[in-house]
Design a protein around this ligand. Structure first.
Ligand code: ADP
Length: 178
């Protein structure tokens, strides 16, 4: 019987960017299938809703049949078990990521020792990219076209224009991920 090596790549993806997409594509060198799992925090106001984030990720990977996209709202290890995933994929950009990822990996291993945590080192050209930086730059009208696909740059522009039209100062809070 052929064993399918499936992994799950969890995150907020608010919004997804080239750094995330690079990790997802590289994970396919190691795994047969990858599920990009968009964590949706109930009741937390986000710049993009769970549905919107899911849709933005789907469009980015639609040419890759080995990548599926789904949302979830439970412990990542429980979701990974449900999917029959053998590993949880995460990216590592900077030293400051390491402590959080290390703690999370240890906690997840305690909860689910059968699931491996696999960290991919970010590509040099994407080291500086984070969703929160992108939100902040876009909220101030800056150019994020080197960090996200064109339709996401447009979605950001549109969302901040809507927030400004509403006179909402929540754009500032949301842009900083509060
Ligand atoms: P979370 O909300 O769980 O921190 P994110 O959606 O910000 O997650 O990111 C999901 C995963 O992608 C994390 O493992 C994060 O370290 C990784 N990641 C984020 N930005 C980059 C990048 N520029 N290059 C590589 N990996 C990244």
């Amino acid at each position: 019987m052929e064993i399918i090596r499936r992994a799950v790549y969890p995150g907020s993806f608010n919004p997804v960017h080239y750094g995330h997409l690079d990790i997802a594509r590289r994970a396919l060198h190691v795994f047969d299938e990858l599920v990009i799992a968009v964590y949706v925090h109930p009741g937390k106001p986000d710049l993009f809703s769970g549905e919107e984030r899911l849709d933005l990720v789907r469009r980015a990977v639609q040419d890759e049949p080995r990548i599926q996209v789904a949302s979830y709202n439970k412990l990542t290890v429980d979701y990974a078990r449900e999917l029959g995933a053998m590993a949880i994929v995460r990216g590592l950009r900077v030293f400051s990521d390491f402590e959080l990822e290390f703690r999370m990996a240890l906690a997840n291993r305690r909860l689910a020792p059968e699931i491996e945590i696999v960290n991919f080192i970010a590509a040099e050209e994407h080291l500086h990219i984070s969703s929160s930086t992108i939100r902040e730059i876009a909220s101030l009208g800056g150019d994020v076209s080197s960090m996200v696909p064109p339709y996401i740059a447009e979605a950001l522009q549109q969302r901040f224009a809507e927030l400004r039209a509403r006179g909402s100062n929540s754009s500032y809070m949301i842009s900083l991920g509060e």
